[in-house]
Ligand binder design. Structure first.
Ligand SMILES: NC(=O)c1ccc[n+]([C@@H]2O[C@H](COP(=O)([O-])OP(=O)(O)OC[C@H]3O[C@@H](n4cnc5c(N)ncnc54)[C@H](OP(=O)(O)O)[C@@H]3O)[C@@H](O)[C@H]2O)c1
Length: 378
């Protein structure tokens, strides 16, 4: 990759044989703070974005909260101050530095290009642009450098993919990842705020002996598991399941990666768990794997199965780190290792990852602590 030209705040590079315009972080003084807009602020991810910006003390001079007309006028707190939610319009984001989009693919497709054209850097949580070659798809700990190749829009990866790759990236760098076989256990908050309410209501109805009427999912989710996340494709997999391979290839820069995944919705409020078997080019070794995972930022190894110590969604909910346990050499597949990884999908799978991308852009290292039946997922 070589630099062709340098201007005040951008460089033109040749990458992958193509010219790319690289916005080199903002030149703005950090102390001045940035004007940050959250689109979809009232949603499960949007609310979390507000909390992560606060917690990591991202330098915000002004926060703008946007949603649909349904939520206009609602007030949300940011650093103790009440901020009014406004209805998103075409010119709503003029003058902002950054926009965090989390209002679904349709809204992103319609508004993000307009906003980016107006000079606002967009970090998009939806799947709208993840496979666009011009749009970097970034997990900061894994391919943070890709962020600087953006042309106005940066994509946040699918939540199950991001969490799984947090465990697999350090192992890939050691042993060379070839194939992934995985089954996910995905929390209802992955579908959004309505699904969280649906699980609560169904549990109450079950306890009271009332009739249960599913609205968000096609079947009862309380005390049940549904092998159905997102819509089905012709190959029998769901869109969600294919994201691990498609997005994994881009994030790991591994075009030959193949992944066979079954995504399952479980009656858990928060944090996705994934049982993974990964096959490598070279024979994996458990000691090296554990050491590499322990050193990897954003990952905690919790692996003392004899003491019943392994990650669970309840222990990981609300935590920034993804937790890995049950590491073992796979007994049925050559050069393979099996593991269990759990991550809070509203954080590492969405809000935290998005704010970490902003931090990369402003060269800040982090905070002090560190459809039909809409079965959409991140
Ligand atoms: N949930 C996760 O774990 C997760 C993880 C990764 C990625 N994602 C992705 O993040 C996005 C949001 O997910 P979510 O779970 O937060 O959904 P959600 O709880 O249903 O929230 C959706 C948000 O979008 C807003 N919205 C809907 N239509 C809009 C419109 N026409 N204009 C402006 N705002 C509109 C809603 O505002 P109102 O209050 O006005 O309805 C609400 O704030 C989705 O693309 C999802 O795939 C989610």
């Amino acid at each position: 990759m070589g630099v062709l030209d340098r201007r005040e705040d951008e460089e033109v590079w040749i990458a992958d044989g193509r010219e790319r315009r690289v916005v080199c972080g903002s030149k703005k003084e950090m102390s001045a703070g940035y004007k940050v807009a959250i689109v979809g602020a009232t949603g499960a991810v949007g609310e979390e974005m507000l909390r992560v910006l606060e917690r990591r003390k991202f330098p915000v001079s002004e926060v703008g909260l946007f949603a649909s007309g349904r939520s206009a006028g609602r007030r949300m707190k940011f650093f103790g101050e009440e901020v009014e939610v406004r209805e998103l319009r075409r010119d709503s984001l003029d003058g902002y530095d950054f926009a965090l989009f989390s209002a679904g693919s349709g809204v992103s497709r319609e508004y993000a290009p307009i906003v980016a054209k107006a000079g606002v850097v967009v970090v998009d949580n939806s799947s709208a642009f993840r496979m666009e070659p011009e749009v970097p798809l970034v997990v900061p700990e894994i391919n943070g450098e890709d962020v600087f190749l953006h042309r106005g829009i940066i994509a946040n990866p699918n939540c199950t993919t991001a969490i799984t790759l947090m465990a697999l990236a350090p192992l890939h760098w050691l042993f060379g990842l070839k194939r992934i076989f995985a089954s996910s256990y995905q929390a209802v908050s992955g579908t959004g705020a309505r699904a969280v309410e649906e699980l609560r209501e169904q549990v109450r109805a079950w306890v009271n002996g009332d009739e249960i009427r599913p609205r968000v999912y096609p079947h009862q989710i309380a005390f049940n598991v549904l092998p159905h996340v997102d819509s089905f494709l012709e190959n029998g997999y769901t869109r969600e399941e294919m994201k691990m391979q498609n997005e994994g290839r881009r994030i790991l820069h591994l075009p030959g990666l193949v992944a066979s995944v079954t995504c399952v919705r479980v009656p858990v409020f928060r944090a996705h768990s994934v049982a993974v078997t990964a096959q490598f080019e070279r024979p994996p070794e458990i000691g090296c794997a554990v050491e590499a995972l322990r050193k990897f930022p954003g990952v905690v190894v919790e692996d003392e199965p004899g003491e019943a110590k392994y990650p669970t969604p309840l222990s990981v909910a609300g935590q920034d780190e993804c937790r890995v346990g049950r590491l073992r050499l796979d007994c049925a597949l050559e050069n393979a290792m099996s593991l269990w990884v759990v991550g809070d999908q509203l954080l590492k799978g969405a809000a935290l990852n998005a704010v970490q991308i902003l931090e990369l852009l402003v060269n800040k290292s982090g905070g002090e602590d560190g459809g039909g039946v809409d079965l959409k997922e991140g």
